[in-house]
Design a protein around this ligand. Structure first.
Ligand code: FE2
Length: 345
């Protein structure tokens, strides 16, 4: 890896064939598990890990009871990604459910101005491709270039010193034509498959995460020099690479935002980080979820998975998806503080 210019990364807008292993296109054919009123259809099942599940039986027309929330969190700890179809949720109920999962939601920084955001709701991110006037976002817009980074493998908000645990992405409007998939990778199983020597090498490493690093990788022309207000809104954050997932297994806390391994050069850092991202995203650890209908919602745990979007294309139809993000308040939420960082170098 000779220079940073070689680090540019892009992905195609891919829609796996229905027969591909790991593709989530469950429409009644998969094995089911019944737990109380819920029906669970696991997606990727291996000897030691179950990753992703489509869940039916939640009555989204009313407030979710504390009992069902507890049941769902237990499923989330086990599967890391839960998919719900045709929930019928609107913004208010989307936010209300997210608020049942943690004390605090992330506040949208509105990079391009709240007045230019068609959702305009501080607890929701508009991650669709629709402008305020209803036209579709185009490649010459900064917002398009920003979105390219979402197509790199990442975990949401790892660039926050107090990170986030859950993301809940909800679709509105008509089904999208032209590539509406989200891809997920099981970082717990990927860690467990590492050689012992690699586990020992990684055990105490601390990573600097920087949102502008992933933007630059995906869109070097636009994001080689982020704007001053962008840099001020999202400074870097520091987190351990090897962490313990909610189910007790070790996992890799990785993202395209990961820029530096403390104590190593940028080139050495990027070599290791992308070696690990590529390890975690081998097809055996990955499934792809197709967005089928308005109201489809996917809820994932950023502490034990990675994901990526399909990049926008100019042939895509309108994609209206909105994300609520639940801030972590657990023991690993606050990352590595400055004093510990100095010790890690
Ligand atoms: Fe994301």
């Amino acid at each position: 890896m000779a220079s940073l210019t070689n680090l540019t990364r892009t992905y195609e807008n891919t829609c796996p064939a229905p027969s591909d292993a790991g593709t989530l296109r469950i429409r009644g054919a998969a094995a089911e598990v019944q737990e109380g009123s819920l029906i669970i259809k696991p997606v990727l099942v291996s000897e030691n890990s179950q990753f992703g599940a489509e869940v039916h039986g939640v009555d989204w027309s009313r407030a979710i009871s504390a009992h069902v929330v507890k049941q769902l969190v237990e499923l989330q700890d086990k599967y890391a990604v839960l998919i719900f179809r045709k929930t019928g949720l609107d913004n208010a109920r989307h936010i209300a459910f997210a608020q049942q999962l943690g004390k605090e939601l992330e506040v949208n920084p509105f990079f391009y101005g709240k007045q230019n955001d068609r959702v305009g709701e501080p607890s929701l991110w508009d991650v669709g491709n629709i402008n305020l006037d209803g036209s579709l976002v185009q490649p010459d817009q900064r917002r398009w270039q920003h979105s390219l980074g979402n197509a790199l493998w990442h975990t949401d908000s790892s660039y926050h010193q107090q990170r986030s645990k859950y993301s809940l992405l909800l679709s509105h409007g008509n089904p999208v034509k032209g590539g509406s998939w989200t891809h997920f990778a099981d970082t717990r199983r990927a860690y467990a498959d590492l050689p012992q020597a690699k586990m020992e090498e990684l055990e105490d490493l601390v990573i600097e995460h920087d949102l502008w690093h992933s933007r630059k990788l995906a869109s070097p022309e636009t994001y080689s020099n982020p704007l001053p207000h962008e840099l001020a809104l999202k400074p870097p954050a520091y987190h351990r690479l090897v962490q313990t997932a909610p189910d007790g297994r070790k996992t890799l806390y990785l993202a395209a935002h990961a820029k530096l391994v403390l104590g190593r050069s940028l080139e050495e850092s990027q070599r290791l980080i992308w070696e690990l991202i590529e390890h975690c995203t081998q097809p055996k650890y990955v499934f792809s979820m197709e967005w089928l209908d308005a109201g489809d919602m996917v809820w994932w745990d950023n502490r034990q998975s990675m994901h990526r979007a399909n990049p926008y294309t100019t042939s895509m139809t309108a994609r209206d998806v909105r994300r609520a993000t639940v801030i972590d308040d657990g023991p690993l939420a606050y990352g590595v503080i400055e004093q510990e960082r100095n010790a890690a170098i």
